[in-house]
Design a protein around this ligand. Sequence first.
Ligand code: BGC
Length: 753
Amino acid sequence: MKFCNLCMCVALLSVSTCAITPLSSQTPSASAATDEAAYKNAKLPVDERVADLLKRMTIEEKATMLAGSGWMESAAIPRLGIPAIKMADGPMGVRSWLGSSAITNAANTPKITSTSFPSGVAMAATWNPELVRREGQAIAQETKALGRDMILGPTVNINRVPLWGRNFEGYGEDPYLAAQLGVAYITGVQSEGVIPSVKHYAANNEEFERHRIDEKIDERTLHEIYLPAFKAAVQQAGVWSVMSCYNLVNGHHCAESDYLLNEVLRKEFGFKNFVVSDWASTYSTAPTVNAGMDLEMPGGPQLQHMLSNPRAQEQGSSGGWLVADKVLAEVKAGHITEATIDDNVGRILRVILLAGLIEHPHTPGGEVDTPERQKIALEGATEGIVLLKNQNSLLPLDPAKIHSIAVIGPNALAARTGGGGSSLVRPDHAISPLEGITKRAGSAIQISSALGVGMEGEDPAHDTAEARANDLKQAIDIASKADVAVVVVGRYNKNESEGFDVKTMDLPAGQDELIQAVEKANPRTVVVLNTGDPVTMTKWLDATPALLDMWYGGQEGGNALAAILFGDANPSGKLPVSLPKKFEDSPGAKTYPGENLHTEYSEGIYVGYRYYDTKNVEPQFPFGFGMSYTTFEYSDLKVIPYTTFSGGVQYRGVAVDVNIRNTGHRAGAEVVQLYVKDGHSKIDRPVHELKGLSRVELSPGEAKTVKINLENSAFEYWNPSTNQWTLDPGTFEIQIGASSRDIRLKAPIQIAR
Ligand code: BGC
């Protein structure tokens, strides 16, 4: 056999079939796996097992493991009992793994159903890491039940611009909140021996030209805004896999960025496990392998099929660069060392061993969508609903006084469980707002319903001027006759999705007008937003007495909404993202989406409330905001410096205590938010930054002391002149708030280095 002629093998879109010459130096010391083999001994340290396994593998076997063998499978080495890692998309449940989202979301494909959990932004609105941990665990249990080993989530990319098509997947605009929830999800997944993949490293913040857009981001902004959730995933959760992203950062595709992968992820953060590419996002062989991008996905015939699609080529998809013959050719040419191959394969093996995939293969046939998991989905959907306005306490609805409800809107009659793309889970059943409200209302309350307006683009055949006039008339008619109208508006998985950004912050066609008409017909109108991205509300908000944001609530969304409307649950969700009045107000608007495939993150660290609060731009609703049916009183803020030792290292920080009392008549939960203000540092900093949170449940009249510990790192900033985290000693302010713009208590604290 001969080594491939390189120029024949590197054709951009081909998966080469060139033959391989074995490298003599790589003859394994022991060729067969024996039962006594060290790598099979789960009691030995994982790195010892990896070293043993590497010794037994040929270089061809190692090279084979660097590329996927199918759409959702890595390559197995049966001779040694190394299984393929069987993957499935997340993060909101287990999605079908049979092909790309275009295939698996098509109506006529074989149905693989699982529990559809609320979208990431809805879970973020709970501000409840423990619930997100349970969600991660439940999703991992379903992953195993379906015979898979790896779930492609969580998404921790920051909501930079309100139009990103995937904002619904992530955990909002704040790096601390995203980090807490990402860590929780990963911890839950890994507790079940399932591999998560925190994605998309590092700054996937727009879908526009996602394969080609080059983002200019300074190091401080990367470190303070776009990297903390990944850092926490590595350092706090010990995440087993990181997915690199499609876009370029500072001139380099993420899958071959030496800076992002080697310098930051591995050296700075200490990541020891494997990096997987996003699907069809590799552009080279040696630079990708040398950057420490360990596993190229997808692979095999499915990759070839995908890349043969002219649309994929037009969009800049690329792959097939880490197939064994190309890798080995680069080894032979001296562009990749065999030690690097060992490092990369070793990291994949390490995770296979950590997850116990050799000893405990996951076999399909387990139960999905169990009542326990439905309950977690319901809890998430309910806790994530944010009450944004409630004039004259229109909510909760009192079943003793309400005899009729008109349920209206394109998102009232259908269950819009999530945005579109690779995260869209097909549940066995999903509850629409209309179903949820009807079930909860019971026979004593009369429910009427109307579409009001069709969802833009969903049913073009129905979308005539006449049909629109009829739909609107019907809505006005039922609204005017009912005691209360509930209008559910928003987007759906075809106009808010992975693969493209939403066109405008405005609601889809006709929805503003629908709200205005219904509000005119019935002043007791509750507007419900069912979307992941912020929407413009200026046309109707003043006339709206009650407003809820239910995001995409997964399969239980309709039940959750009903529970909030009727007061069975007290709203406790808080905005994980600022809702601007209009797109132009948002910090990234000036440079989004970029020109000539370049965009500059010129707002720097001033993302979300860091921008609105520092530059005095009033959002429609601020970050952290969310009302309740009860009231809370904040008192007795205490800030006490502490020193602890762990592993011989001294840690300094501040212990913060605050008293929260439920001063109303209903049980409820409050999310206590801790912001740090730095008024003295040598560098420009936001007016304040979220550094702690705690969700506390209180019965009427009950008070609890909430305790939040801050390490000294909470006071640091990334110093661009030294490229290090830096603390400028001096007086900081601890702020306790119910939103970024509702600071209830403040206390100064002296911090020494
Ligand atoms: C998405 C990833 C996803 C992968 C596999 C890509 O298009 O960006 O989030 O995990 O496809 O479906």
